[in-house]
Write a protein that binds this ligand. Structure first.
Ligand SMILES: [Zn+2]
Length: 167
């Protein structure tokens, strides 16, 4: 079998008990904590005789996509310090929401602005992708993980308009 290092061979569901934490190259900034949704068997190395060695890595949800640490590091090589932790028990309060505005859009470890998060739903609904600048950043703090969305002015969800107006 010809298979590249870093390939995911299979995945087992992780339940709800685990999160993965990492930072973006700045140890003084708050770390990002994401829910682990599966355990991926990842090709670690290939030996001369064609066999492959594997390791188990967390597959986690970040910015509405599923990543392994390898894949996310390819996307942003400043991200380091992946650490799997048990999710705190009984953390069920409503998320604290913070809404930020930046006229030129938001970037994460790259030069092109993040696309409008509504594209995720537009794709599901068969609508065309949003080409507007995503000027709003919505950070929902669920206690043990953050979810971050980026929205253009038209697509900012209504429930975030009020906090946005106060920000
Ligand atoms: Zn949009």
């Amino acid at each position: 079998m010809n298979i590249a290092t870093g390939s995911v061979l299979n995945m087992a569901p992780a339940g709800h008990d685990w999160v993965v934490a990492f930072d973006h190259g700045d140890e003084t900034a708050p770390e990002t904590v994401c829910p682990v949704i599966g355990w991926a068997t990842v090709v670690e190395a290939r030996l001369n005789d064609g066999t492959a060695t594997t390791c188990v890595q967390p597959a986690f949800l970040y910015l509405d996509m599923v990543w392994t640490p390898n894949e996310l590091r390819e996307h942003d090589d400043e991200i380091t310090g992946f650490e799997v932790r048990a999710r705190a028990e009984a953390n069920v309060q409503a998320p604290e929401v913070r809404v930020f505005h930046r006229t030129v859009g938001w970037t994460i470890g790259q030069l092109t602005p993040e696309p409008c998060t509504s594209n995720h739903f537009r794709q599901q609904d068969g609508r065309p992708a949003c080409a507007k600048t995503a000027v709003w950043k919505v950070v929902e703090d669920h206690g043990m993980h953050l979810s971050i969305g980026f929205y253009c002015d038209d697509d900012l969800p209504d429930e975030h308009r009020h906090p946005a107006a106060r920000a």
